[in-house]
Design a protein around this ligand. Structure first.
Ligand SMILES: [Zn+2]
Length: 492
């Protein structure tokens, strides 16, 4: 297996430096000429992965989740990639690949047409509809065995990779049983007790030394340097199970990562190296977890950056899968969120996407800045600048956009709960800021919440032929267990 530095990144990172060399005008001209040339996706096929054949069984399953990805998010990432880099994304590129299976999936949970992430991930994890907020815990208090536990009982290695806390809803849905997703201490304990082989992401605060003392065999990583040291063992697979948690809470947004955290792509590669050293195959979940967070905030710039980072991880997986026919890859999302869409007309749409690609900071950063300044600002600075000026300046620093006076007034009003919107959920100050920026990016949102929209499923490799064209989310559990021919799980 090659070291991380040799893995090609099909799309460059979405950070400030990568945009500085290209002017808006020239980029928009290039985009208008080439962004949607039909030849683009064919020019860069994603890995020579053999199609699934009926009757063949995979040794491995890789389940990739872009959390909270409305179809509009996938569309925007594709549009941004083409406008900015004249390249298709890996995900959309897959659709032109021979043997790729596509499906449309319903996402409702047991108690809600609009699911949350824990009920959705549990539907894949145990094949049962449960209520929102629960983790593999049914309304009648049963605890069906999660798929990573069943896989381990069948001799498979197991892995969880995410940009959220590793105890968060989506990874939990593959490993834990809990009445509440918020019991992350308990979910951490189950991750440790149930002996997941590779766990990478955020959430170190849930793994205190007292808990880690139960597993002296674990290689624990808390820093980028420790991660890099583990990756640099050229030609020698890392020994033993690993737990890498690189932030106390979630990993940093891609636009603010600045190499502090390992990328999702590099964490995915470490997991693949580690797990493929086992001869009996593996089940690995890889989650781009903060697409969902940015969508909740109606933060189009951070959201597209997260989706493109997820797509680079997909590129890493496809490179690893080249010339293999022993791995089923499923790429999907747990639910839509905020249903973003590019919704202005004309040549300005290209400029809007160009502006979007130049965003340097998330809304989280903007609110941190405003919160610090509003609460702790020193009197001198406060006396020099009006609140409107400070708000306008912070938004401009983060996004490159100069909001109009009316837009700033609307946002400041929302910060003080004085700008109610007719659709009440859109009264959140982050949604008002998202609406203001929609005038500049062209990207609008319908709410700050998850949606009931059906979602995309893309799959390739042996076992993908088991996926019907229109499915319920619980069906993917059966696809995985049947493809891997797992024995029924023993009670735990
Ligand atoms: Zn969410």
């Amino acid at each position: 297996m090659e070291p991380m530095k040799h893995v090609p990144h099909v799309v460059p990172p979405l950070d400030r430096r990568s945009f500085l060399g290209l002017s808006l005008g020239s980029a928009a001209g290039l985009a208008a000429a080439t962004a949607f040339s039909p030849a683009l996706t064919r020019a860069r096929p994603p890995g020579d992965v053999p199609p699934g054949k009926p009757g063949r069984r995979p040794l491995n399953v890789i389940f990739m989740v872009s959390d909270g990805m409305s179809f509009g998010t996938l569309s925007l990432a594709e549009i941004a990639s083409r406008v900015r880099y004249a390249q298709a994304t890996n995900w959309v590129g897959l659709w032109e690949k021979e043997g790729v299976k596509r499906s449309v999936m319903r996402t409702a949970s047991a108690d809600s047409l609009v699911t949350d992430s824990s009920a959705a991930s549990s539907s894949w994890g145990c094949g049962v509809h449960i209520n929102n907020d629960a983790v593999n815990f049914t309304p009648d208090r049963k605890t069906p065995v999660p798929i990573l536990v069943q896989a381990a009982q069948n001799g498979k290695a197991t892995g969880l990779v995410t940009t959220t806390r590793v105890t968060h809803a989506t990874p939990a849905g593959f490993i834990a049983n809990c009445p509440s997703r918020n019991s992350e201490d308990e979910i951490a304990r189950q991750i440790i007790d149930r002996r997941v082989d590779v766990v990478l992401g955020g959430g170190s605060k849930y793994f205190p030394d007292a808990l880690l003392a139960k597993r002296p065999d674990l290689r624990v990583m808390r820093t980028r340097a420790e991660f890099d040291a583990a990756m640099d063992i050229e030609g020698v697979p890392p020994q033993g199970p690993v737990l890498g948690t690189f932030q106390k809470s979630h990993c940093l947004y891609e636009c603010e990562r600045n190499e502090v955290d390992p990328s999702l792509s590099s964490m995915a590669l470490m997991a693949l190296r580690q797990l493929s050293a086992k001869s009996n195959g593996f089940v690995l979940q890889i989650e781009g977890g903060r697409v969902d967070h940015a969508a909740h905030a109606n933060d189009a710039g951070a959201m597209v950056g997260e989706q493109l980072a997820f797509d680079r991880a997909l590129g890493t997986v496809l490179t690893w899968m080249e010339n293999r026919d022993d791995t089923l890859l499923i790429v999907t999302t747990d639910h839509g969120n905020a249903n973003p869409g590019l919704t202005l007309y004309g040549p300005e749409t290209y400029k809007g996407i160009e502006r979007l690609c130049q965003v340097r900071h998330s809304f989280e950063w903007i609110f941190d800045q405003l919160g610090m300044k509003l609460q702790y600002d020193d009197a001198v600075a406060a006396s020099k600048l009006s609140e409107e000026d400070r708000v306008g300046s912070v938004v401009r620093e983060a996004t490159g956009i100069q909001l109009s006076r009316d837009e700033i007034a609307a946002f400041v009003g929302a910060l003080h709960n004085k700008n109610p919107q007719l659709f009440e959920p859109m009264s959140r100050s982050s949604s008002v800021l998202g609406s203001c920026l929609a005038n500049h990016f062209g990207v609008g949102f319908i709410s700050p919440n998850h949606t009931a929209d059906f979602v995309e499923v893309t799959a390739i490799g042996p076992g993908s032929e088991l996926i019907a064209p229109f499915i319920d989310n619980i069906e993917l559990h059966g696809v995985m267990t049947k493809a891997l021919d797992l024995r029924p799980a023993a009670a735990i």
